[in-house]
Ligand binder design. Structure first.
Ligand code: KG4
Ligand code: ZN
Length: 472
């Protein structure tokens, strides 16, 4: 039980003194002479097992002292005491500060979870051991600079409070890679290096902001092409070091999912169908920044399959948008197999891709021409059916009230139409990302970064790029 005590609670003050080696007269004196000082205790079975002493000084708050008895640690008591203070100070102060020993990892982690940020070092503050000044900004807008460079787009974006886009710049290398029929990793990383400073500059100009006005930096550090990821990551670390801004690690797919929050605030429990050039998966989210993968592709990603199907009918890379357009003109007339038609949440697209390629080659050998529109319509029809089947399974079996799609392929008209129909028929709320933010961009990374920040996620300069990063 939490209780804020005052000068009349002499018994409790005495117990505080006994349990935490306080000097009784000091607390009493402090209470009598310092109108800013507040003491809050935590009692379990009538025993004072934790306390927090905080100051409320006009527009500033400070946590001065905080302790929980050894035997009562790891039970969430510290958590509750800090939450109590944050609630008390909410709406009254601009910020809450505190000092912590630099080697007290446990406390630092707890404060970071509550969104305190390291501000500066106080050398030798604790009898020779450095102290760290931490600050939690209250009622303040948070501006996050997002950085995305996992594949062939170099992008920077500034998003306010995880929902309001201030400025985004995307430099695409599609024209460079088109000639090779796909992204060439080495060329992609070299171009990121060439572009990165210009794109950052343009983004800040577009936002009419300086780096000093940015609160933190969100970086898409995986999955993706390792060389490409490293360019963005090194840029993020350099900016973080130079301007003393916290670094927030963001999973690229979390970014795709959070592109939806720029359209409408995401609500939970939520199902996300992620369909991109590198991923195809169903993800369940019970709350913000909590991801549970229900199933995924066993082989090719859907975007990859679209690109290969496009290639065999001579459509330029990336072929998805053209195949989608042709599919709307044509009729379903070619017989194609329904992939992985089972009762799992998994997908498989390599069989479907091979079936399309074989069909085209066989017809060519026979000297028959292919009706590209009909082939695209037939292919897309099977894609839509398999996506709907697995999505429906999740919607029927789980407690899901909200649905989103994410990733480059979520721009697909045919897929959108069918999924919209499915959700409407079941009374499920759905959001689809803006077409311009379906493919890779930094607005989605800055948006996801805000919720990663609220979830207490932070990175230091040891953060490494991970080409096969798991979503968790
Ligand atoms: O999400 P994204 O930019 O890259 C990854 O993170 O993987 O997705 C790119 C993929 C490409 O394969 C592209 O062909 C596909 O998205 N795509 C589409 C459409 N627009 C883009 N696929 C089908 N229909 C579309 N309209
Ligand atoms: Zn992507």
């Amino acid at each position: 039980m939490i209780k804020e005590i005052n000068i009349d609670d002499l018994d409790l003050i005495k117990e505080l003194e006994n349990n935490f080696s306080f000097v009784l007269k000091d607390i009493v004196l402090d209470m009598q002479n310092n109108p800013f000082s507040h003491y809050v205790i935590y009692r379990e079975k009538e025993k004072v097992v934790g306390y927090i002493n905080y100051y409320l000084m006009y527009e500033k708050g400070e946590i001065a002292n905080f302790n929980v008895l050894d035997d009562y640690q790891n039970k969430g008591i510290g958590n509750k005491l800090i939450d109590y203070v944050i609630n008390q100070l909410n709406g009254k102060v601009d910020n809450i500060t505190l000092e912590v020993r630099c080697d007290n990892d446990k406390a630092i982690k707890l404060y970071e979870k509550k969104n305190f940020i390291k501000v500066s070092k106080r050398v030798g503050y604790y009898e020779g051991v450095d102290g760290i000044l931490m600050e939690k900004k209250m009622n303040k807008d948070i501006y996050i600079l997002g950085i995305e460079s996992s594949c062939d787009e170099t992008s920077f974006s500034i998003v306010k409070n995880g929902c309001e886009e201030i400025a985004t710049v995307i430099s695409s290398q599609i024209d460079i890679h088109k000639d090779y029929g796909g992204v060439v990793p080495e060329i992609a990383s070299r171009n990121h290096v060439k572009n990165v400073t210009f794109v950052l500059d343009e983004c800040l100009k577009k936002a009419k902001m300086t780096m000093d006005e940015i609160d933190m930096i969100a970086i898409s550090y995986g999955p993706g092409l390792i060389g490409s990821l490293l360019v963005g990551l090194e840029t993020a670390k350099t900016l973080s070091w130079l301007y003393h801004k916290p670094l927030i690690p963001v999973h690229h797919i979390a970014g795709h999912i959070y592109a939806n929050n720029l359209v409408k605030k995401m609500e939970f429990p939520l199902l996300a169908l992620v369909i991109s050039g590198g991923h195809t998966e169903l993800v369940y989210m019970e709350k913000h920044y909590s991801f549970q993968k229900l199933g995924g592709t066993l082989d090719d990603a859907l975007g990859e399959c679209y690109d290969k199907v496009g290639k065999v009918i001579n459509v330029d890379y990336p072929a998805g948008p053209t195949v989608d357009r042709l599919a709307h003109i044509g009729n379903v007339s070619y017989q194609l197999p329904m992939p992985l038609n089972d009762n799992s949440y998994n997908f498989s697209f390599s069989g479907l891709k091979s079936a399309v390629i074989n069909l085209v080659h066989n017809e060519e050998q026979k000297g028959n021409s292919i009706n590209k529109e009909d082939l695209c319509a037939s292919f897309q029809n099977v894609v839509v059916e398999t996506l709907s089947k697995k999505t429906l399974k999740a919607l029927n079996e789980m407690d899901i009230k909200n649905f989103v799609i994410a990733g480059g392929v979520s721009a697909n008209k045919g897929i959108r139409e069918k999924l919209k129909y499915l959700c409407e028929a079941r009374g499920i709320n759905y959001t689809f990302p803006d077409i311009k933010y379906c493919t890779d961009n930094a607005a989605m990374i800055a948006t996801a970064g805000y919720f990663a920040y609220l979830d207490g996620r932070r990175a230091d300069f040891t953060l490494n790029a991970e080409s096969n990063l798991e979503l968790k």
